[in-house]
Design a protein around this ligand. Sequence first.
Ligand code: CAA
Length: 241
Amino acid sequence: MNGRVALVTGGTRGIGAAISAALHANGYRVVVTYVSDDRAAHEFSLRTGISRLKLDGGDADACKTALSQLTERFGPVEVLVNNAGITRDAVLHRMQPEQWAAVIQNNLTACFNLCREVVPGMRERGFGRIINIGSINGQTGQVGQTAYAAAKAGLHGFTMALAREGASKGITVNLVAPGYIETDMVRSVNPEILQRIIAQIPVGRLGTPEEVARAVLFLASDQSGFITGSTLTINGGHHMA
Ligand code: CAA
């Protein structure tokens, strides 16, 4: 059994749930964060046996408190998957400052807040795996997503910078950039627009959360120590860089 402690943000639904399930099945001691739906999170834990933690990653003080409690209970976090993300899609000329701020806070600042809590311990112990979940739309841009694309593109730069800082200490930092995956977030896109998007995917379908989870599991492993600062795109050929 692996036994490493893995923290997956937004880990009760969609891609995050598939990631936490894959890590759990491979012997990691997984803790997932969620923000608001206590009942769904409770049911998730009952169904999967995975521990949960209510945490708004955008709140730096809350991250500090939560990470110290988590470490006391489970031990230090050795794998951090920054998966939690939100959209507030609107074209820029209609986007409100609150929409911009919420997206940057949840998708980008939360990653900073959590990395800041776990990186010192990873440096001391000489091992760490940080996997950030980006998006095809951080690579290509998308109408209605100036905030989301900026946050996800920001994660690319963040990943490369932190990868350089952690490399000599056994910490790898990588980004997985999914394309359009079968999740509630994608299902909420206007069906006509979504059909047009799917028509542009060479593989001809949406991806599954499990297809993303497999890549995260690979990057989390002890054997992936020479992969750092990289971007792994999982998008059915939708965008080839
Ligand atoms: N190109 C350029 N301009 C466009 C456009 C396009 N493709 N589509 C719309 N516009 C313009 C319109 O001309 C219009 O301009 P005016 O205000 O001057 O009239 C304006 O944008 C608004 O158009 P609509 O009223 O038709 O659009 P809306 O406000 O109802 O919806 C939207 C806009 C919410 C952004 C909608 O287009 C949309 O949902 N697009 C899809 C966004 C998307 O792909 N989101 C991905 C979500 S999943 C995800 O993010 C996961 C992941 O990582 C992949």
